[in-house]
Write a protein that binds this ligand. Sequence first.
Ligand code: ATP
Ligand code: MG
Length: 689
Amino acid sequence: MLASLNYLDALNPEQRRAVEHGTGQERPGPLLVIAGAGSGKTNTLAHRVAHLMVNGADPRRILLMTFSRRAASEMSRRVERIAAQVMGKNSSLLTDALTWAGTFHGIGARLLREHAAQIGIDPAFTIHDREDSADLMNLVRHELGMSEAKSRFPTKGTCLAIYSRVVNAQGELETVLKETFPWCAMWAGELRTLFGAYVEAKQRQNVLDYDDLLLYWAGMMSDPGIAAAVSGKFDHVLVDEYQDTNRLQASVLLAMRPGGEGLTVVGDDAQSIYSFRAATVRNILDFPAAFTPAADIVTLDRNYRSTQPILSAANAVIDMASERFTKNLWTDRLSDAKPLLVTVRDEADQARYVVHKVLEAREGGMSLKNQAVLFRTSSHSGPLEIELTRRNIPFVKFGGLKFLDAAHIKDLLAILRWAENPRDRVAGFRVLQLLPGVGPGTAGKVLDAMATGPDPIWVLGEIPAPPRAAEGWTGLVDMLGRLSRKDAGWPLELGYARLWYEPLMEQAYEDAAIRMQDIMQLEQIAGGYPSRERFLTELTLDPPDATSDQSGVPHLDEDYLILSTIHSAKGQEWKAVHVLNVVDGCIPSDLGTGSTHELEEERRLLYVAMTRARDELNLIVPQRFFVTQQHKHGDKHLYAQRTRFIPRAMVPLFEDILWPPVTPAYIEGLSPAPVKMDIGAQMRGMWSK
Ligand code: ATP
Ligand code: MG
């Protein structure tokens, strides 16, 4: 038993209190861990899960929710490592059984399929990503004659944003319009009609969008019998990054654990950065009072991640926040190296500087994987991506273009989705129009006909070939029939889809050969999933990121640099971190300075970025940067101010440098070279004889 205590010895007393909370009790009460960045919240949560298992909790009855699938699998690995200290090799048997680890949306999808019969939905539902949802919103808008060109009605994207906001904030349409979309307030009546029709269309087609996964889950929990069955699956429910959940997620969670028994949430109000998705720190602040007796609270104030100079700079930035609950952090990781504030001329110099530093560090023995480049918006990394490619440095980009955003991958997935759910109109539209000769009109008619019968695929087989697409028609009907009958089984059936799609792709794209490699990659990924349904669900909810080698998926054995938006870097850490464009207009973003509320969120974003660094932090300040203002003036260069979040008084916390450095050679480069020859005299000389 002594050996089993080792893993607790590594913890500080507060962390240990959180890990051991309720040990031995049948129904431990609710627990909140609220603490700053790098204080070991996630680590504590992993220890708690391992500790529960060591003390006999059934891992299949532990529900662990994180903000991404990547975070969930990282957490499972940590749990396994800890459990291994106690139980040796057999620990992996336990962690393999930790089957309920994932995102709110992923878990929601699984629970809804399991309980579909009880809530009157078809378990074969397919899931629409944001783009599919916008497409469906557009179809419905069209059908209702609310086309934007005629009446300046909000765009499909804005309609979807409003709808999503109402649903996630659990608010009233009118209030959301007034507070967040005031320029659309005049359309309240039309929007209500549109959203009603949108909801009906989704139900007719048996599709759920992202928001529905939470909404239906919450709805399901309002029936006492179903609620008891769903929440009865779990003894423990644990949530990381609780500050970035929204009201709907909080209400689902409370419904899962009405008395808070076996419930643990951890978070940091200073890192709340998702309010654009209606996340609210109120969830974390209201948590203790949501239960009687109130939740236990553990706060942590020791940071184990960063050196003191890095932490001091990050603390100074967040100290200026107007509202804040967690305390300042301390660390015993002393160092003389201050973070750098690097002024460069422009984004090209910024890219060169980063490459220079990254290579320098690699020569010093720090692999690329220990270094990361963070930025406010995905487009900020453009010049750097070009420079990295030119210098042959492999990188992976998180939070940017997704693998699945590529048209050919979306095409192939639409085929699978349509076969899985032939009533999914957005998928049907996409697939039908792949056939030369089929336009939106024909596709619409075919889908209308299919919607009339109980067996849409059978109806499709009976429809006469559209005259202009006669050639490819049988092939399509045949392929879809095989896929819907699941003739070949998963994942081989993907081959049918590919065989049908390949010639069409060759006609449509000049670079079909390169795209074919992506499709091969997709087939490889597919092999990792037990069924078509799981594959489609998980890929839609949390798609893999695009990478530098154009093949979509990183070769995991290779060393590569991480490029990430700050949002996607949440919870992670690297030895060296470079933050791009630390200037007004970028951080804070121009879009984020509309209200104090938004400005405060931008400040927290910089805090999140800075606290990712363990040993080295470089904030880069280009004096000139390029912006694309889509709606107003087109592209232009801006002359930057430093970010307002690091005022002059804070600069001494940094090493303030210019790059390239001002050396005699640099100055010489700026001044005209001394005259060495007089060409004019030579020319004149030619004629002076
Ligand atoms: P964030 O707010 O960024 O999500 P966090 O609070 O979740 O951070 P962790 O990621 O859990 O912090 O931990 C930060 C680092 O500190 C990790 O490298 C972790 O291994 C280390 N750490 C945490 N607790 C301890 C401890 N008691 N002793 C030594 N190292 C620790
Ligand atoms: Mg964490």
